[in-house]
Design a protein around this ligand. Structure first.
Ligand code: GLN
Length: 616
Protein backbone atom coordinates (compact mmCIF):
# COMPACT_ATOMS: atom_id res chain seq x y z
CA UNK A 1 0.00 0.00 0.00
CA UNK A 2 1.24 3.44 -0.96
CA UNK A 3 0.01 6.61 0.71
CA UNK A 4 -0.59 10.14 -0.54
CA UNK A 5 -1.19 12.60 2.26
CA UNK A 6 -2.88 15.90 1.44
CA UNK A 7 -2.48 18.71 3.98
CA UNK A 8 -3.55 22.34 3.88
CA UNK A 9 -1.78 25.51 4.84
CA UNK A 10 -2.36 29.23 5.33
CA UNK A 11 -6.16 29.29 5.34
CA UNK A 12 -9.01 26.81 5.27
CA UNK A 13 -11.39 26.53 2.36
CA UNK A 14 -8.70 26.14 -0.31
CA UNK A 15 -10.43 23.15 -1.85
CA UNK A 16 -8.23 20.51 -0.27
CA UNK A 17 -10.98 17.90 -0.58
CA UNK A 18 -11.45 18.55 -4.28
CA UNK A 19 -7.68 18.51 -4.78
CA UNK A 20 -7.32 15.22 -2.93
CA UNK A 21 -10.21 13.66 -4.89
CA UNK A 22 -8.74 14.96 -8.15
CA UNK A 23 -5.37 13.44 -7.30
CA UNK A 24 -7.26 10.18 -6.87
CA UNK A 25 -8.87 10.65 -10.27
CA UNK A 26 -5.55 11.20 -12.04
CA UNK A 27 -3.90 8.26 -10.30
CA UNK A 28 -6.90 6.11 -11.17
CA UNK A 29 -6.51 7.17 -14.78
CA UNK A 30 -2.91 5.97 -14.49
CA UNK A 31 -4.34 2.50 -13.92
CA UNK A 32 -4.11 2.39 -10.12
CA UNK A 33 -6.82 1.35 -7.68
CA UNK A 34 -7.55 4.10 -5.19
CA UNK A 35 -9.11 4.31 -1.75
CA UNK A 36 -9.31 7.31 0.52
CA UNK A 37 -9.43 8.35 4.15
CA UNK A 38 -10.61 11.69 5.46
CA UNK A 39 -9.28 12.83 8.83
CA UNK A 40 -11.41 15.38 10.66
CA UNK A 41 -9.62 16.60 13.77
CA UNK A 42 -12.81 17.77 15.50
CA UNK A 43 -13.96 16.05 18.68
CA UNK A 44 -17.34 14.91 17.41
CA UNK A 45 -17.40 11.15 16.93
CA UNK A 46 -18.96 11.68 13.54
CA UNK A 47 -20.70 14.37 11.53
CA UNK A 48 -24.15 13.05 12.55
CA UNK A 49 -24.67 15.55 15.34
CA UNK A 50 -23.31 18.54 13.46
CA UNK A 51 -25.54 21.24 12.02
CA UNK A 52 -25.53 21.35 8.22
CA UNK A 53 -25.57 25.11 8.56
CA UNK A 54 -22.21 25.04 10.29
CA UNK A 55 -20.49 22.19 8.58
CA UNK A 56 -22.38 21.44 5.39
CA UNK A 57 -24.45 18.33 4.79
CA UNK A 58 -24.07 15.10 6.69
CA UNK A 59 -23.20 12.48 4.11
CA UNK A 60 -24.60 8.99 4.69
CA UNK A 61 -22.82 5.83 3.62
CA UNK A 62 -24.20 2.38 2.79
CA UNK A 63 -23.13 1.10 6.20
CA UNK A 64 -25.06 3.89 7.93
CA UNK A 65 -22.00 5.98 8.73
CA UNK A 66 -22.82 9.69 9.06
CA UNK A 67 -19.72 11.32 7.72
CA UNK A 68 -18.10 14.47 6.44
CA UNK A 69 -19.35 15.66 3.06
CA UNK A 70 -15.88 15.23 1.57
CA UNK A 71 -16.50 11.49 1.56
CA UNK A 72 -19.34 12.21 -0.85
CA UNK A 73 -16.85 13.91 -3.12
CA UNK A 74 -14.59 10.87 -2.98
CA UNK A 75 -17.45 8.50 -3.72
CA UNK A 76 -18.58 10.57 -6.69
CA UNK A 77 -15.13 11.42 -8.07
CA UNK A 78 -13.76 7.92 -7.79
CA UNK A 79 -16.98 5.92 -8.09
CA UNK A 80 -16.24 4.00 -4.90
CA UNK A 81 -18.21 3.07 -1.77
CA UNK A 82 -16.55 4.01 1.48
CA UNK A 83 -17.17 2.79 5.01
CA UNK A 84 -17.71 4.80 8.19
CA UNK A 85 -14.16 3.99 9.25
CA UNK A 86 -12.83 5.88 6.22
CA UNK A 87 -13.69 9.02 8.17
CA UNK A 88 -11.38 9.36 11.18
CA UNK A 89 -12.18 11.93 13.86
CA UNK A 90 -10.50 12.84 17.13
CA UNK A 91 -13.67 11.60 18.83
CA UNK A 92 -13.34 8.11 17.32
CA UNK A 93 -9.63 7.83 18.09
CA UNK A 94 -9.95 8.94 21.70
CA UNK A 95 -12.98 6.73 22.19
CA UNK A 96 -11.01 3.70 21.02
CA UNK A 97 -8.04 4.61 23.24
CA UNK A 98 -10.23 5.20 26.28
CA UNK A 99 -12.14 1.95 25.68
CA UNK A 100 -8.82 0.14 25.53
CA UNK A 101 -7.69 1.79 28.75
CA UNK A 102 -10.91 0.79 30.51
CA UNK A 103 -10.43 -2.80 29.39
CA UNK A 104 -6.98 -2.70 30.95
CA UNK A 105 -5.25 -3.32 27.63
CA UNK A 106 -2.44 -0.86 28.41
CA UNK A 107 -1.24 -3.07 31.27
CA UNK A 108 -0.76 -0.37 33.87
CA UNK A 109 1.02 2.08 31.59
CA UNK A 110 0.36 5.82 31.68
CA UNK A 111 -1.78 6.43 28.60
CA UNK A 112 -0.41 9.34 26.57
CA UNK A 113 -0.93 11.16 23.29
CA UNK A 114 2.47 9.85 22.19
CA UNK A 115 2.65 6.89 21.74
CA UNK A 116 -0.87 5.63 22.50
CA UNK A 117 -3.02 8.07 20.57
CA UNK A 118 -0.52 8.36 17.72
CA UNK A 119 -0.29 4.56 17.51
CA UNK A 120 -4.06 4.27 17.45
CA UNK A 121 -4.16 6.73 14.52
CA UNK A 122 -1.55 4.79 12.55
CA UNK A 123 -3.20 1.45 13.20
CA UNK A 124 -6.54 2.87 12.11
CA UNK A 125 -5.09 4.19 8.85
CA UNK A 126 -3.34 0.92 8.03
CA UNK A 127 -6.43 -1.12 8.79
CA UNK A 128 -8.88 1.00 6.84
CA UNK A 129 -6.59 1.49 3.84
CA UNK A 130 -6.86 -2.27 3.21
CA UNK A 131 -10.67 -2.31 2.88
CA UNK A 132 -11.62 -2.69 -0.81
CA UNK A 133 -13.97 0.12 -1.85
CA UNK A 134 -14.20 -0.21 -5.63
CA UNK A 135 -16.14 -3.45 -5.86
CA UNK A 136 -13.03 -5.48 -6.64
CA UNK A 137 -11.30 -7.92 -4.38
CA UNK A 138 -8.19 -7.15 -2.40
CA UNK A 139 -6.82 -3.82 -1.24
CA UNK A 140 -6.32 -0.77 -3.47
CA UNK A 141 -2.86 0.33 -4.66
CA UNK A 142 -2.90 3.83 -3.27
CA UNK A 143 -4.67 5.39 -0.30
CA UNK A 144 -5.22 9.13 -0.48
CA UNK A 145 -5.42 10.59 3.04
CA UNK A 146 -6.81 14.07 3.49
CA UNK A 147 -6.03 15.81 6.74
CA UNK A 148 -8.78 18.32 7.49
CA UNK A 149 -8.03 21.73 8.94
CA UNK A 150 -4.90 23.80 8.50
CA UNK A 151 -1.33 23.10 9.63
CA UNK A 152 -0.88 24.68 13.03
CA UNK A 153 -4.36 23.89 14.36
CA UNK A 154 -4.14 22.61 17.93
CA UNK A 155 -6.60 19.81 17.18
CA UNK A 156 -4.58 18.36 14.32
CA UNK A 157 -1.32 18.05 16.29
CA UNK A 158 -1.69 14.38 17.31
CA UNK A 159 -2.53 13.54 13.69
CA UNK A 160 0.49 15.41 12.33
CA UNK A 161 2.72 13.66 14.84
CA UNK A 162 1.19 10.29 13.94
CA UNK A 163 1.55 10.94 10.21
CA UNK A 164 5.16 12.02 10.68
CA UNK A 165 5.89 8.72 12.43
CA UNK A 166 3.86 6.90 9.81
CA UNK A 167 5.81 8.36 6.87
CA UNK A 168 9.02 7.27 8.55
CA UNK A 169 7.64 3.82 9.22
CA UNK A 170 6.34 3.09 5.71
CA UNK A 171 9.52 4.62 4.33
CA UNK A 172 10.48 6.67 1.30
CA UNK A 173 8.89 5.49 -1.91
CA UNK A 174 5.68 4.61 -0.10
CA UNK A 175 4.58 7.99 1.13
CA UNK A 176 4.05 11.25 -0.76
CA UNK A 177 3.00 14.51 0.83
CA UNK A 178 1.07 17.09 -1.16
CA UNK A 179 0.70 20.40 0.63
CA UNK A 180 -2.11 22.64 -0.61
CA UNK A 181 -1.35 26.27 0.07
CA UNK A 182 -2.27 29.78 -0.96
CA UNK A 183 -0.27 32.24 -3.03
CA UNK A 184 -2.17 35.51 -2.70
CA UNK A 185 -1.89 38.35 -5.18
CA UNK A 186 -1.85 41.76 -3.60
CA UNK A 187 -3.92 44.20 -5.59
CA UNK A 188 -1.60 47.14 -5.07
CA UNK A 189 1.42 45.59 -6.75
CA UNK A 190 -0.19 42.61 -8.50
CA UNK A 191 2.60 40.40 -7.24
CA UNK A 192 2.23 36.73 -6.32
CA UNK A 193 3.30 36.51 -2.69
CA UNK A 194 5.13 33.41 -1.49
CA UNK A 195 5.61 34.27 2.18
CA UNK A 196 2.43 32.62 3.55
CA UNK A 197 3.37 29.36 1.80
CA UNK A 198 6.94 29.61 3.06
CA UNK A 199 5.64 29.96 6.59
CA UNK A 200 3.23 27.08 6.36
CA UNK A 201 5.86 24.77 4.86
CA UNK A 202 8.24 25.80 7.63
CA UNK A 203 5.52 24.89 10.13
CA UNK A 204 5.05 21.53 8.45
CA UNK A 205 8.78 20.78 8.44
CA UNK A 206 9.02 21.84 12.06
CA UNK A 207 6.45 19.15 12.81
CA UNK A 208 8.52 16.55 11.03
CA UNK A 209 6.80 16.41 7.64
CA UNK A 210 8.48 17.37 4.37
CA UNK A 211 6.26 18.11 1.37
CA UNK A 212 7.07 16.39 -1.92
CA UNK A 213 4.64 18.53 -3.88
CA UNK A 214 3.20 21.99 -3.40
CA UNK A 215 -0.24 22.64 -4.86
CA UNK A 216 -0.68 26.39 -4.75
CA UNK A 217 -4.04 28.05 -5.06
CA UNK A 218 -3.74 31.36 -6.85
CA UNK A 219 -5.82 33.44 -9.22
CA UNK A 220 -3.47 32.82 -12.15
CA UNK A 221 -0.73 30.33 -13.00
CA UNK A 222 2.40 30.89 -10.91
CA UNK A 223 5.16 32.80 -12.64
CA UNK A 224 8.42 30.93 -13.11
CA UNK A 225 10.39 33.18 -10.76
CA UNK A 226 7.74 32.66 -8.09
CA UNK A 227 8.09 28.91 -8.45
CA UNK A 228 11.87 29.24 -8.20
CA UNK A 229 11.54 31.25 -5.04
CA UNK A 230 9.14 28.77 -3.48
CA UNK A 231 11.41 25.93 -4.52
CA UNK A 232 14.40 27.55 -2.84
CA UNK A 233 12.66 28.38 0.40
CA UNK A 234 10.55 25.27 0.69
CA UNK A 235 13.05 22.72 -0.65
CA UNK A 236 10.63 21.38 -3.22
CA UNK A 237 11.78 21.01 -6.87
CA UNK A 238 10.14 23.61 -9.15
CA UNK A 239 8.75 20.77 -11.26
CA UNK A 240 6.80 19.62 -8.21
CA UNK A 241 5.10 22.96 -7.70
CA UNK A 242 1.64 22.92 -9.22
CA UNK A 243 -0.69 25.88 -9.55
CA UNK A 244 -4.35 25.39 -8.91
CA UNK A 245 -5.43 28.61 -10.51
CA UNK A 246 -9.06 29.70 -10.58
CA UNK A 247 -11.17 27.71 -13.04
CA UNK A 248 -14.83 28.00 -14.02
CA UNK A 249 -15.71 24.67 -12.42
CA UNK A 250 -14.05 21.97 -10.39
CA UNK A 251 -14.14 19.44 -13.21
CA UNK A 252 -11.06 21.21 -14.48
CA UNK A 253 -8.97 20.26 -11.46
CA UNK A 254 -7.98 16.73 -12.52
CA UNK A 255 -7.08 18.18 -15.93
CA UNK A 256 -5.01 20.93 -14.32
CA UNK A 257 -3.13 18.35 -12.27
CA UNK A 258 -2.55 16.14 -15.28
CA UNK A 259 -1.44 19.03 -17.51
CA UNK A 260 1.12 20.12 -14.95
CA UNK A 261 2.31 16.55 -14.58
CA UNK A 262 1.39 16.26 -10.92
CA UNK A 263 0.94 12.52 -11.45
CA UNK A 264 4.57 12.15 -12.54
CA UNK A 265 5.78 13.83 -9.35
CA UNK A 266 3.47 11.67 -7.24
CA UNK A 267 4.37 8.45 -9.03
CA UNK A 268 8.03 9.27 -8.57
CA UNK A 269 7.45 9.90 -4.88
CA UNK A 270 5.67 6.56 -4.62
CA UNK A 271 8.20 4.64 -6.66
CA UNK A 272 5.55 3.69 -9.16
CA UNK A 273 7.13 5.05 -12.30
CA UNK A 274 6.99 2.67 -15.19
CA UNK A 275 4.19 0.52 -13.79
CA UNK A 276 1.40 2.86 -14.81
CA UNK A 277 -0.16 4.20 -18.01
CA UNK A 278 -0.54 7.79 -19.23
CA UNK A 279 -3.66 9.38 -17.72
CA UNK A 280 -5.78 10.38 -20.70
CA UNK A 281 -8.87 11.66 -18.89
CA UNK A 282 -10.78 11.95 -22.18
CA UNK A 283 -14.10 11.65 -20.38
CA UNK A 284 -13.21 14.59 -18.21
CA UNK A 285 -12.18 16.76 -21.09
CA UNK A 286 -15.36 15.91 -22.98
CA UNK A 287 -17.45 16.54 -19.92
CA UNK A 288 -15.96 19.96 -19.30
CA UNK A 289 -16.53 20.94 -22.92
CA UNK A 290 -20.09 19.68 -23.09
CA UNK A 291 -20.96 21.29 -19.84
CA UNK A 292 -20.08 24.70 -21.18
CA UNK A 293 -22.53 24.21 -24.02
CA UNK A 294 -25.63 23.76 -21.87
CA UNK A 295 -27.82 26.81 -22.22
CA UNK A 296 -31.53 25.98 -22.02
CA UNK A 297 -32.40 26.49 -18.35
CA UNK A 298 -34.39 24.32 -15.98
CA UNK A 299 -35.38 26.08 -12.76
CA UNK A 300 -35.75 24.08 -9.59
CA UNK A 301 -36.98 25.70 -6.39
CA UNK A 302 -35.16 24.30 -3.35
CA UNK A 303 -37.47 24.91 -0.44
CA UNK A 304 -35.33 24.36 2.61
CA UNK A 305 -34.13 25.60 5.92
CA UNK A 306 -30.43 26.06 5.29
CA UNK A 307 -30.63 28.02 2.08
CA UNK A 308 -27.82 30.33 3.24
CA UNK A 309 -25.15 27.68 2.76
CA UNK A 310 -25.34 25.60 -0.40
CA UNK A 311 -23.02 22.98 1.14
CA UNK A 312 -25.93 22.07 3.41
CA UNK A 313 -27.54 20.34 0.45
CA UNK A 314 -24.42 19.44 -1.49
CA UNK A 315 -25.40 15.94 -2.63
CA UNK A 316 -28.90 17.07 -3.58
CA UNK A 317 -27.35 19.79 -5.76
CA UNK A 318 -24.97 17.31 -7.34
CA UNK A 319 -27.81 14.87 -8.03
CA UNK A 320 -29.92 17.64 -9.61
CA UNK A 321 -26.96 18.60 -11.69
CA UNK A 322 -26.23 15.06 -12.90
CA UNK A 323 -29.86 14.75 -13.94
CA UNK A 324 -29.89 18.14 -15.69
CA UNK A 325 -26.88 17.21 -17.75
CA UNK A 326 -28.56 14.03 -18.98
CA UNK A 327 -31.63 16.11 -19.82
CA UNK A 328 -29.39 18.65 -21.57
CA UNK A 329 -30.54 21.51 -19.43
CA UNK A 330 -28.63 24.18 -17.56
CA UNK A 331 -29.58 23.82 -13.94
CA UNK A 332 -30.72 26.92 -12.12
CA UNK A 333 -31.43 26.41 -8.45
CA UNK A 334 -33.76 28.95 -6.89
CA UNK A 335 -33.19 29.04 -3.15
CA UNK A 336 -36.47 29.54 -1.37
CA UNK A 337 -36.18 29.81 2.43
CA UNK A 338 -39.21 27.84 3.63
CA UNK A 339 -40.04 30.36 6.37
CA UNK A 340 -40.39 33.13 3.79
CA UNK A 341 -43.39 31.36 2.24
CA UNK A 342 -45.31 31.38 5.50
CA UNK A 343 -48.21 33.71 6.29
CA UNK A 344 -46.36 35.14 9.27
CA UNK A 345 -43.69 36.50 6.92
CA UNK A 346 -46.38 38.18 4.82
CA UNK A 347 -47.32 40.24 7.86
CA UNK A 348 -43.83 41.06 9.08
CA UNK A 349 -41.91 41.47 5.81
CA UNK A 350 -44.34 41.40 2.88
CA UNK A 351 -41.59 42.00 0.30
CA UNK A 352 -39.66 38.95 1.44
CA UNK A 353 -42.84 36.86 1.32
CA UNK A 354 -43.67 38.07 -2.17
CA UNK A 355 -40.16 37.49 -3.46
CA UNK A 356 -40.17 33.90 -2.12
CA UNK A 357 -43.52 33.13 -3.76
CA UNK A 358 -42.37 34.69 -7.02
CA UNK A 359 -39.33 32.44 -7.02
CA UNK A 360 -41.46 29.39 -6.29
CA UNK A 361 -44.01 30.26 -8.96
CA UNK A 362 -41.31 31.00 -11.52
CA UNK A 363 -39.73 27.58 -11.20
CA UNK A 364 -40.27 24.49 -13.34
CA UNK A 365 -40.05 22.06 -10.45
CA UNK A 366 -40.06 22.06 -6.65
CA UNK A 367 -37.79 20.06 -4.37
CA UNK A 368 -38.24 19.81 -0.63
CA UNK A 369 -35.11 18.19 0.81
CA UNK A 370 -34.59 16.42 4.12
CA UNK A 371 -34.60 18.29 7.40
CA UNK A 372 -35.12 18.25 11.14
CA UNK A 373 -37.04 20.49 13.52
CA UNK A 374 -40.17 22.50 12.95
CA UNK A 375 -38.74 25.72 11.56
CA UNK A 376 -40.07 26.32 8.05
CA UNK A 377 -42.34 23.27 8.09
CA UNK A 378 -45.45 25.31 7.38
CA UNK A 379 -43.69 26.96 4.41
CA UNK A 380 -42.74 23.56 3.05
CA UNK A 381 -46.34 22.38 3.42
CA UNK A 382 -47.46 25.43 1.41
CA UNK A 383 -44.92 24.62 -1.29
CA UNK A 384 -46.15 21.01 -1.51
CA UNK A 385 -49.75 22.22 -1.68
CA UNK A 386 -48.88 24.66 -4.44
CA UNK A 387 -47.13 21.92 -6.43
CA UNK A 388 -49.99 19.46 -5.95
CA UNK A 389 -52.76 21.86 -6.84
CA UNK A 390 -50.99 23.49 -9.77
CA UNK A 391 -49.58 20.26 -11.18
CA UNK A 392 -45.97 21.45 -10.81
CA UNK A 393 -43.36 18.66 -10.63
CA UNK A 394 -42.59 17.96 -6.96
CA UNK A 395 -39.94 15.80 -5.39
CA UNK A 396 -39.88 15.40 -1.61
CA UNK A 397 -36.92 13.75 0.08
CA UNK A 398 -37.32 12.29 3.58
CA UNK A 399 -38.87 15.25 5.42
CA UNK A 400 -40.05 16.38 1.97
CA UNK A 401 -42.05 13.15 1.68
CA UNK A 402 -43.45 13.48 5.20
CA UNK A 403 -44.47 17.06 4.37
CA UNK A 404 -46.31 15.88 1.24
CA UNK A 405 -48.25 13.34 3.32
CA UNK A 406 -49.15 15.91 5.99
CA UNK A 407 -50.29 18.37 3.33
CA UNK A 408 -52.44 15.73 1.64
CA UNK A 409 -54.02 14.71 4.95
CA UNK A 410 -54.82 18.32 5.79
CA UNK A 411 -56.09 19.44 2.38
CA UNK A 412 -57.65 16.35 0.87
CA UNK A 413 -58.75 14.39 3.96
CA UNK A 414 -59.64 17.67 5.69
CA UNK A 415 -57.76 16.66 8.83
CA UNK A 416 -56.80 20.18 9.82
CA UNK A 417 -54.42 19.20 12.59
CA UNK A 418 -52.71 16.36 10.73
CA UNK A 419 -49.04 16.52 11.57
CA UNK A 420 -45.87 14.67 12.36
CA UNK A 421 -45.38 13.96 16.03
CA UNK A 422 -41.92 15.50 15.52
CA UNK A 423 -43.67 18.88 15.31
CA UNK A 424 -46.85 18.30 17.33
CA UNK A 425 -46.80 15.46 19.81
CA UNK A 426 -50.46 16.07 20.74
CA UNK A 427 -51.99 15.96 17.27
CA UNK A 428 -55.13 13.84 16.98
CA UNK A 429 -54.14 12.92 13.41
CA UNK A 430 -50.52 11.79 13.59
CA UNK A 431 -49.84 10.88 9.96
CA UNK A 432 -46.10 10.78 10.62
CA UNK A 433 -44.91 9.09 13.81
CA UNK A 434 -41.76 8.28 15.75
CA UNK A 435 -40.11 5.02 14.74
CA UNK A 436 -39.54 2.46 17.48
CA UNK A 437 -35.91 1.93 16.49
CA UNK A 438 -34.98 5.59 16.99
CA UNK A 439 -33.98 7.37 20.19
CA UNK A 440 -35.26 10.68 21.52
CA UNK A 441 -32.58 11.04 24.16
CA UNK A 442 -29.43 10.20 22.20
CA UNK A 443 -28.90 12.02 18.95
CA UNK A 444 -25.70 10.44 17.59
CA UNK A 445 -26.19 7.40 15.37
CA UNK A 446 -29.66 6.55 16.65
CA UNK A 447 -31.69 7.00 13.49
CA UNK A 448 -32.65 4.44 10.87
CA UNK A 449 -29.44 4.79 8.94
CA UNK A 450 -27.82 3.50 5.79
CA UNK A 451 -28.79 1.23 2.95
CA UNK A 452 -32.22 -0.42 3.21
CA UNK A 453 -34.32 -2.17 0.61
CA UNK A 454 -37.53 -0.81 -0.84
CA UNK A 455 -39.90 -3.15 -2.68
CA UNK A 456 -42.15 -1.78 -5.39
CA UNK A 457 -45.82 -2.57 -4.76
CA UNK A 458 -46.96 -1.88 -8.30
CA UNK A 459 -45.22 -1.78 -11.66
CA UNK A 460 -47.42 0.87 -13.20
CA UNK A 461 -46.01 3.89 -11.43
CA UNK A 462 -43.47 6.52 -12.40
CA UNK A 463 -40.85 5.62 -9.84
CA UNK A 464 -40.80 1.91 -10.73
CA UNK A 465 -40.44 2.82 -14.39
CA UNK A 466 -37.70 5.36 -13.71
CA UNK A 467 -35.78 2.81 -11.69
CA UNK A 468 -36.01 0.48 -14.68
CA UNK A 469 -38.93 -1.76 -13.67
CA UNK A 470 -36.93 -3.53 -11.03
CA UNK A 471 -38.65 -5.18 -8.11
CA UNK A 472 -36.61 -3.44 -5.43
CA UNK A 473 -34.07 -0.67 -4.89
CA UNK A 474 -31.44 -0.16 -2.20
CA UNK A 475 -31.10 3.43 -1.06
CA UNK A 476 -29.61 5.18 1.96
CA UNK A 477 -31.72 6.35 4.89
CA UNK A 478 -31.45 8.84 7.73
CA UNK A 479 -34.65 9.37 9.68
CA UNK A 480 -36.39 8.95 13.02
CA UNK A 481 -40.01 9.40 11.95
CA UNK A 482 -42.10 7.57 9.38
CA UNK A 483 -45.55 7.58 7.80
CA UNK A 484 -48.06 6.17 10.27
CA UNK A 485 -49.04 2.74 8.86
CA UNK A 486 -52.43 3.04 10.54
CA UNK A 487 -53.34 5.99 8.36
CA UNK A 488 -52.14 4.51 5.09
CA UNK A 489 -55.48 3.00 4.03
CA UNK A 490 -57.26 6.30 4.63
CA UNK A 491 -54.64 8.21 2.62
CA UNK A 492 -54.69 5.66 -0.19
CA UNK A 493 -58.47 5.70 -0.43
CA UNK A 494 -58.24 9.44 -1.01
CA UNK A 495 -55.80 8.99 -3.91
CA UNK A 496 -52.30 8.97 -2.48
CA UNK A 497 -50.38 5.90 -3.54
CA UNK A 498 -47.65 4.23 -1.50
CA UNK A 499 -45.83 2.46 -4.30
CA UNK A 500 -42.71 1.46 -2.40
CA UNK A 501 -42.51 -0.22 1.03
CA UNK A 502 -39.96 -2.10 3.10
CA UNK A 503 -40.10 -5.88 3.36
CA UNK A 504 -42.59 -5.83 6.23
CA UNK A 505 -44.98 -3.74 4.18
CA UNK A 506 -45.42 -1.52 7.23
CA UNK A 507 -42.85 1.10 6.39
CA UNK A 508 -43.71 3.54 3.60
CA UNK A 509 -40.75 4.32 1.35
CA UNK A 510 -42.12 5.88 -1.85
CA UNK A 511 -45.32 7.85 -2.29
CA UNK A 512 -46.80 9.08 -5.55
CA UNK A 513 -49.83 10.99 -6.74
CA UNK A 514 -50.80 8.97 -9.81
CA UNK A 515 -52.85 11.70 -11.47
CA UNK A 516 -50.20 14.36 -11.22
CA UNK A 517 -47.49 15.04 -13.84
CA UNK A 518 -44.78 14.28 -11.24
CA UNK A 519 -45.45 14.23 -7.53
CA UNK A 520 -43.13 11.84 -5.72
CA UNK A 521 -41.88 11.59 -2.16
CA UNK A 522 -39.25 9.19 -0.84
CA UNK A 523 -38.34 8.33 2.74
CA UNK A 524 -34.76 7.64 1.66
CA UNK A 525 -32.03 9.91 0.31
CA UNK A 526 -31.34 8.93 -3.30
CA UNK A 527 -28.97 11.90 -3.71
CA UNK A 528 -26.15 10.02 -1.97
CA UNK A 529 -25.86 7.46 -4.73
CA UNK A 530 -26.16 9.74 -7.74
CA UNK A 531 -23.12 9.76 -9.99
CA UNK A 532 -22.13 11.94 -12.92
CA UNK A 533 -23.41 10.20 -16.01
CA UNK A 534 -25.59 7.98 -13.79
CA UNK A 535 -28.03 10.37 -12.15
CA UNK A 536 -30.35 9.00 -9.53
CA UNK A 537 -33.57 7.82 -11.18
CA UNK A 538 -36.03 10.07 -9.35
CA UNK A 539 -33.89 13.19 -9.79
CA UNK A 540 -33.83 12.37 -13.47
CA UNK A 541 -37.62 12.09 -13.33
CA UNK A 542 -37.92 15.49 -11.68
CA UNK A 543 -35.71 17.27 -14.18
CA UNK A 544 -37.30 15.44 -17.11
CA UNK A 545 -40.76 16.44 -15.84
CA UNK A 546 -39.65 20.02 -15.18
CA UNK A 547 -38.27 20.29 -18.71
CA UNK A 548 -41.22 18.63 -20.44
CA UNK A 549 -39.38 15.41 -21.27
CA UNK A 550 -40.81 12.92 -18.79
CA UNK A 551 -43.34 11.45 -21.15
CA UNK A 552 -40.74 10.54 -23.72
CA UNK A 553 -38.39 9.27 -21.02
CA UNK A 554 -41.04 6.96 -19.64
CA UNK A 555 -42.30 5.82 -23.01
CA UNK A 556 -38.92 4.90 -24.25
CA UNK A 557 -35.97 4.94 -21.94
CA UNK A 558 -33.84 4.02 -24.94
CA UNK A 559 -34.51 7.26 -26.73
CA UNK A 560 -31.85 8.98 -24.67
CA UNK A 561 -29.43 7.09 -26.88
CA UNK A 562 -29.75 9.95 -29.32
CA UNK A 563 -27.64 12.14 -27.08
CA UNK A 564 -25.29 9.36 -26.29
CA UNK A 565 -21.68 9.36 -25.36
CA UNK A 566 -21.72 6.37 -23.06
CA UNK A 567 -23.93 3.38 -22.87
CA UNK A 568 -24.85 1.70 -19.66
CA UNK A 569 -26.38 -1.70 -19.40
CA UNK A 570 -28.88 -2.23 -16.69
CA UNK A 571 -29.35 -5.88 -15.96
CA UNK A 572 -30.21 -6.31 -19.60
CA UNK A 573 -33.38 -4.31 -19.25
CA UNK A 574 -32.53 -1.17 -21.06
CA UNK A 575 -29.56 0.70 -22.35
CA UNK A 576 -29.26 4.43 -22.03
CA UNK A 577 -26.63 6.57 -23.54
CA UNK A 578 -26.03 9.81 -21.89
CA UNK A 579 -24.10 13.00 -21.89
CA UNK A 580 -21.62 13.51 -19.16
CA UNK A 581 -20.67 17.05 -18.56
CA UNK A 582 -21.04 19.83 -16.08
CA UNK A 583 -21.76 23.44 -15.54
CA UNK A 584 -21.27 26.21 -13.11
CA UNK A 585 -23.91 28.38 -11.65
CA UNK A 586 -24.36 30.74 -8.81
CA UNK A 587 -27.48 30.69 -6.72
CA UNK A 588 -29.27 33.81 -5.66
CA UNK A 589 -27.30 34.00 -2.44
CA UNK A 590 -24.01 34.04 -4.25
CA UNK A 591 -22.55 30.75 -3.16
CA UNK A 592 -21.37 28.34 -5.76
CA UNK A 593 -23.48 25.33 -6.48
CA UNK A 594 -24.54 23.16 -9.31
CA UNK A 595 -20.89 22.59 -9.99
CA UNK A 596 -20.00 19.04 -10.23
CA UNK A 597 -16.90 17.14 -10.78
CA UNK A 598 -16.74 13.42 -10.86
CA UNK A 599 -14.35 10.61 -10.89
CA UNK A 600 -14.69 9.01 -14.22
CA UNK A 601 -18.21 8.25 -15.26
CA UNK A 602 -17.14 4.95 -16.74
CA UNK A 603 -20.58 3.67 -16.16
CA UNK A 604 -20.05 0.48 -18.11
CA UNK A 605 -17.62 -0.76 -15.55
CA UNK A 606 -20.14 -0.67 -12.80
CA UNK A 607 -23.60 -1.54 -13.92
CA UNK A 608 -25.13 -1.94 -10.51
CA UNK A 609 -24.43 1.12 -8.46
CA UNK A 610 -27.84 0.83 -6.86
CA UNK A 611 -27.50 -2.88 -6.55
CA UNK A 612 -30.25 -3.05 -9.13
CA UNK A 613 -32.10 -0.97 -11.59
CA UNK A 614 -31.28 1.35 -14.41
CA UNK A 615 -28.07 3.26 -14.42
CA UNK A 616 -27.85 6.38 -16.39
N1 GLN B 1 -36.99 14.79 10.67
C1 GLN B 1 -37.49 13.71 9.90
C2 GLN B 1 -37.24 12.35 10.56
O1 GLN B 1 -36.43 12.24 11.44
C3 GLN B 1 -36.89 13.72 8.51
C4 GLN B 1 -35.44 13.40 8.49
C5 GLN B 1 -34.79 13.75 7.20
O2 GLN B 1 -35.34 14.47 6.39
N2 GLN B 1 -33.58 13.27 6.99
O3 GLN B 1 -37.84 11.40 10.19
Amino acid sequence: MKYVLVTGGVVSGLGKGVTASSIGVVLKACGLRITSIKIDPYLNTDAGTMSPFEHGEVFVLDDGGEVDLDLGNYERFLDIKLTRDNNITTGKIYQSVIDKERRGDYLGKTVQVVPHVTDAIQEWIERVAMIPVDGKEGPADVCVIELGGTIGDIESMPFIEALGQFSYRVGPGNFCLVHVSLVPVLNVVGEQKTKPTQHSVRGLRGLGLTPNILACRSTKALEENVKEKLSQFCHVPAANIITLYDVPNIWHIPLLLRDQKAHEAILKGLNLQGVTVEPHLDEWTGRVERCNKLHEPVRIAMVGKYTGLSDSYLSVLKALFHASVVCQRKLIVEWVPACDLEDATAKETPDVHKAAWNLLKGSDGILVPGGFGDRGVQGKILAAKYARENRIPYFGICLGMQIAVIEFARSVLALQDANSTEFDSETSNPCVIFMPEGSKTHMGGTMRLGSRRTYFQVTDCKSAKLYGNVSFVDERHRHRYEVNPEMVAQLENAGLSFVGKDKTGQRMEIVELPDHPYFIGVQFHPEFKSRPGRPSALFLGLIAAASGQLESFLNNLNNVQNVATNSIKSNGRSTMKVHQNGSVKKPANGSVNGVYANGNGHANGNGHANGNGVHY
